[in-house]
Design a protein around this ligand. Structure first.
Ligand SMILES: Nc1ncnc2c1ncn2[C@@H]1O[C@H](COP(=O)(O)OP(=O)(O)O)[C@@H](O)[C@H]1O
Ligand SMILES: Nc1ccn([C@@H]2O[C@H](COP(=O)(O)O)[C@@H](O)[C@H]2O)c(=O)n1
Length: 542
């Protein structure tokens, strides 16, 4: 499962560490502001981050421990050839008394596991939502409020969040502040993962929650040690004083351990004595998880390549009319002898025609306007909430100027999908989508579509962000028949819009007769750059 192989940036092979920086496992974002940024690539020069997202224990949401930085290879497909979510995340539940070392064990597992997309979810995030009343605030301030009772947690939100995350969907997670006993204003956006580690003092008390856990681990640390650790932590990290910690411990923490937490030890698959120092136990856990992940591996491209062949083209497909002008443009950009500047110029013209064509599928309603001559004109106006263009990087980004030119104030999102050259599978590496994209019509842009695996991954991501399937238009200059069938079969409501559909794919899954590698030809990375005007060079924006 851990993949460290070579990648191809939708066509271009890149050395991972120099071009993209190294990847981190998973992350969260505050979701505030115009863009909610699910970024998997650190900006160049930015400090590297630790392995997984920790979702409540500290702010900013980075790993707190670990001697090693784990880099990921991006998110592999979590859907099958039908576009359905077939790959559920593996969920590890970690239970144990307060300060037993749950978080420490979780981080050790993440480090040793070394797989992409691990999320660390803490039960602390799900302390009840309502603000404490002034009396309760006073109780909390004097360590007289009971945070160690099942009733203190919002299990409903916790179960629904974990269920969604396990299905590979993105979720918003509250962030808890131990110093104010409140949730912070901004919640974190977290994208679905391959492995979810869920830790908390009451991880095993709720039946529904238990059913979501694939592996249950109890961290069993001596109560004296827990008290000492808790004293140190609560004073240094949670703004408490020594008397208060001891009072709270004796009044609530200790009895709760005996009444609610310790009895759930019998539900555990593995008990880890001593916590994070027990490397033998951690290695055993890691071995088991790795074997489970291997079993879940899935080859989407292979499944697609053998699927849905020799069928009539779907109703959802619209091919730009093959006028003399369109054929002429194709002739230029398909020719291997076309120079780069001509390739850019004429593919841009074709993109403009394609995007204009795509916009005709947006919903409209009749409207009447007054002309300057005082007469009425019966026209049409766009009848939707907003329009977002989402480009599949890198080549899809070349279509953004055409969209911006014809669609005023369009919002733009980006998805970076790379092909792992070892597995041949697409992997999701970077995602930036505008806030509330779920309400918009989305024009999903990629220059070419071959098997459809990357396009399917992008559609899957949009659906996971609540975009409605019938509001997605996949717009591509050139598509292979196979890709059209794959996307249409998996997502029958997605509109597919292109300027040409080519019959076949070669052994490298390139479209035939095709256009070559669009990104390489456009960005001049194919080594055959015959550029005339150096100043006009275009580069990808990320
Ligand atoms: N094996 C250990 N040795 C020393 N200190 C530890 C060990 N494990 C955890 N700690 C410390 O104890 C405190 C609580 O650990 P943590 O993993 O956050 O526990 P939990 O998540 O169960 O509350 C932290 O300050 C942590 O650094
Ligand atoms: N406002 C709060 C909320 C919770 N606590 C204590 O946190 C403990 C659970 O967190 P761990 O990291 O120790 O598992 C729990 O025992 C609560 O007493 C708090 O002090 N203040």
């Amino acid at each position: 499962m851990a993949s460290t192989g070579r990648r191809r940036l939708r066509g271009r092979q890149i050395p991972m560490e120099t071009e993209c920086g190294k990847m981190m496992s998973s992350r969260s974002d505050s979701g505030s502001g115009e863009d909610s940024l699910d970024r998997l690539l650190p900006p160049s020069g930015a400090p590297r981050r630790k392995s997984a997202t920790s979702l409540s224990k500290s702010e900013p949401p980075l790993l707190r421990t670990g001697t090693r930085t784990i880099y990921t290879a991006g998110r592999p497909p979590w859907y099958d050839e039908h576009g359905a979510q077939s790959k559920e995340a593996f969920v590890i539940g970690l239970c144990g008394g307060s300060a037993s070392g749950k978080t420490t064990v979780a981080n050790k597992i993440i480090e040793a596991l070394d797989v992409p997309w691990v999320v660390l979810l803490s039960m602390d995030s799900f302390y009840k939502v309502r603000d404490l009343s002034p009396e309760e605030q006073n109780l909390a301030a004097s360590n007289d409020y009971n945070f160690d009772h099942p009733g203190a947690f919002d299990f409903e939100l916790l179960v629904s969040t974990l269920r969604k995350l396990k299905q590979g969907k993105s979720v918003k997670i509250p962030v808890y502040d131990f110093t104010t006993h409140r949730r912070q204003k901004d919640w974190k956006n977290v994208y679905g993962a391959s492995v979810i580690i869920f830790e908390g003092i009451m991880s095993f008390v709720d039946k529904e929650l238990l059913q979501l856990l694939d592996m249950k681990i109890f961290v069993d640390t001596d109560s004296d040690i827990r008290l000492v650790r808790r004293l140190r932590r609560d004073i240094t990290e949670r703004g408490r004083d020594i008397e208060g910690v001891i009072k709270q411990y004796n009044k609530f923490v200790k009895p709760a351990f005996e009444q609610y937490i310790e009895p759930t030890m019998r539900l555990a698959d593995i008990v880890v004595p001593r916590g994070g120092g027990n490397m033998v136990a951690i290695d055993l856990i890691v071995q088991h998880v790795q074997s489970q992940l291997e079993e879940r591996e899935l080859s989407v491209r292979a499944l697609l390549a053998s699927a849905q062949q020799n069928q009539p083209l779907p109703q959802t497909l619209s091919v730009l009319e093959s006028t003399a002008q369109v054929r002429g443009l194709h002739t230029i950009i398909r020719s291997k002898d076309t120079s780069r500047d001509e390739f850019i110029f004429y593919s841009k013209r074709l993109m403009r025609l394609l995007i204009e064509h795509a916009l005709t599928f947006l919903p409209s309603q009749p409207c009447t306007v007054q002309t300057p001559q005082g007469h009425e004109y019966e026209g049409l106006s766009y009848n939707g909430r907003g329009i977002t263009g989402v480009s599949i990087l890198r080549a899809g980004e070349t279509m953004e100027p055409a969209l911006r030119a014809v669609c005023k104030d369009v919002r733009i999102g980006k998805i970076l999908i790379q092909t792992n050259l070892d597995s041949g599978e697409p992997e999701l590496h970077y995602l930036r989508l505008p806030k509330d994209i779920g309400e918009d019509h989305v024009i999903l842009m990629d220059s070419t579509v071959s098997t459809g695996a990357a396009a399917m991954m992008a559609v899957r991501v949009l659906l996971d962000h609540e975009v409605q399937e019938d509001k997605i238009a996949l717009v591509s200059l050139l598509m292979a028949e196979l890709g059209v069938h794959s996307v249409a079969y998996a997502f029958p409501k997605v509109k597919i819009i292109t300027t040409a559909v080519d019959k076949s794919l070669d052994d490298n899954l390139h479209v035939i007769p095709g256009i070559g590698d669009f990104g390489d030809r456009y960005f001049g990375t194919d080594g055959t750059d015959r550029w005339r005007d150096e100043e006009d060079r275009e580069q990808p924006s990320y």
